[in-house]
Structures are given as C-alpha cells and as structure tokens.
Design a binder for this molecule. Structure first.
Ligand code: ADP
Length: 277
C-alpha cells in the first residue's frame, strides 16, 4: 500500500495520480470484496484488542470531494466493528460558538482517547480547503495553518495517537455520474444538495487546494494516502488494508490472563451448589 502513501516533502500533482485501480490489479472486484470482508473481521478483533489494552489511540481522517465516498467507507470498512470503541466525528459548517474560537478547538475536543478509534468525516483540513477556495479568511490566515496542523498532529502523535489520513480521489466525470444517479432515483434525492453543483464548478480550485494539503501535511507521523476512489470496491480494499496493516504493526498487547480465574470459576460454581438443594 506504500505506493499510495505520500512521503514527507513529496510534491503532489494530481494529474500524475489515477482515480482508477491499477490495470494489473489481480482478482478484480469479486476478490477485492472477499478480501474486504475478511479484513473487516480482522479489524473487529484488532479494535477489540485496542479497546482492551487502553493504550493506543487511533485517528482516521477522511477527506475528498463531494460524492467521493466518505460515508460509504465508514459503512463498508468499519462494518461489524463494535460501535462502543469507534466514534465518527463529522465536521460541518462551523457554528457561531466554534467560529468564536480557533479552528482546532472543535477538533481537539473529539480526538480519540486511550483505546479508542475515531473516524473524522471531513476534518480540520476543511480549514485549508473550503475556507481557502471560498476565501472565508484572508490568505495570510490560512497559509499559516499548514504548519499549525502539522504541529497539532505532532502533539497528538507524541501523546500516543496513530494518525492515518485518506484522500478519496475521484475524477470529475465520476462525480458527475454519481450526482446523476442521485437525481435519477427519488429515494436518493435526499443525498443531493444543490450546493454540490456550486462546489463542482470550483473543481480546479479544490484540486489545487488538495495538492497543497497533500504536499505540505504528509508527515512521517501522520501520512496521507491518495486512494483511487472511482471504484468503490477498490477504495474500500485499499483503506481496509492500510488500516489493518497499521493496527497489526502497533503490536497491541491485551491484558494478561487472570491468575486467579480458577478461584473465581469455583466460587461461581459453588454458588450454584448452594442454591440447589
Ligand atoms: P457532507 O457533504 O460531509 O455529507 P454536509 O452536506 O452537511 O455533509 O456538508 C458539510 C459542509 O460543511 C461541507 O460543504 C463542508 O465544506 C462544510 N465545512 C466543513 N468544515 C468547514 C469549515 N471549517 N468552514 C466552512 N465550511 C466547512
């Protein structure tokens, strides 16, 4: 999966990247789907161990253009994972209360605690994406944010957080198809937001803003992955693999077995003997 990871300092130009699976990808859709189901089960076990160990914290950041599949990833990659140990934080247009504070305030409040995994559906990166594209603050303000974000993420990392950042890369044509699909099916109309068309018109500006994010904020401690996302099955496969491999490498240690389990077991069994005549 290293091919999708941006090295620190690597300059990203999205025209050099593909939103499609590699041509030589073996097995295709069916085998990728089967792998994802198996990776789901592994993730379930790993997440339970993470929760039991209560040491590591895991933060997964999902970014991408509208319709790139952030919600879809949360549904398929985390399918079956115990909701007690996994939280999703979605970042919308900031509230007046949030706007009165620094942009990282609302983010820092919801980072994972020990043993937790938190998925960010959008994130603090909106503050150098939508905010830049729509000129919601002057350039001298957003330009400082790349360093601020790197330092913020370093703080999280130095205090035990594993950070994975996924940019779901779709083509403009695929977005058009997905929007058309939503419009074609009345049951999916609720997913369509007329505002998406306005954002779509700013595609090139967003791509430029993403290129700067990917070039300036992929660090050794919080790397970005560019995930080809035109095919949902490939997108899920890449993310599942990165996630499971990263968690496996954490070498999570669950608490040791109880030394006096046998004593407790006897106590419970004797309790049965006492109540039955
Ligand atoms: P989603 O598209 O994620 O399913 P919404 O349709 O509610 O959910 O979109 C959330 C909106 O909030 C997006 O348009 C996003 O750009 C916007 N947003 C998120 N963070 C910020 C921010 N810091 N400043 C301005 N807008 C933001």
């Amino acid at each position: 999966m290293e091919r999708y990871q941006i090295k620190p300092g690597q300059k990203v130009s999205l025209k050099d990247w593909s939103p499609d699976p590699p041509r030589d990808f073996e097995g295709g859709k069916e085998s990728a789907r089967a792998d994802v189901a198996e990776l789901n089960r592994k993730l379930e076990v790993l997440q339970e161990r993470l929760f039991a160990e209560r040491r590591h914290k895991v933060l997964v950041i999902l970014q991408g253009m509208d319709t790139s599949g952030k919600d879809g990833v949360i549904r398929s990659v985390f399918d079956g994972v115990n909701p007690q140990g996994v939280k999703v934080a979605s970042f919308k247009v900031p509230t007046p209360e949030e706007l009165d504070r620094d942009y990282l305030w609302r983010v820092h409040k919801v980072v994972p605690g020990r043993g937790e995994m938190v998925i960010f559906n959008r994130s603090h990166y909106e503050d150098v994406l939508v905010v830049r594209v729509h000129q919601l603050v002057p350039p001298e303000v957003w330009k400082k944010r790349y360093d601020q974000i790197n330092e913020f993420e370093r703080l999280l990392w130095e205090t035990g957080t594993t950070i994975l950042k996924f940019f779901l890369f779709i083509s403009k044509e695929e977005q058009k198809q997905r929007l058309l699909e939503r419009l074609a099916d009345p049951a999916k109309h609720w997913k369509f937001n007329p505002g998406d068309l306005k954002e779509r018109a700013l595609w090139d500006e967003y791509e430029k803003a993403y290129e700067d994010v990917l070039s300036r904020t992929s660090t050794g401690y919080a790397p970005w992955y560019i995930v080809p996302a035109d095919k949902k099955w490939y997108r899920d496969w890449v993310i599942s693999r990165v996630l499971v491999e990263t968690l496996e490498n954490l070498n999570i240690q669950v608490p040791p077995p109880l030394e006096d389990a046998e004593t407790y077991r006897r106590q419970l069994l004797e309790e049965d003997e006492r109540v039955s005549p």
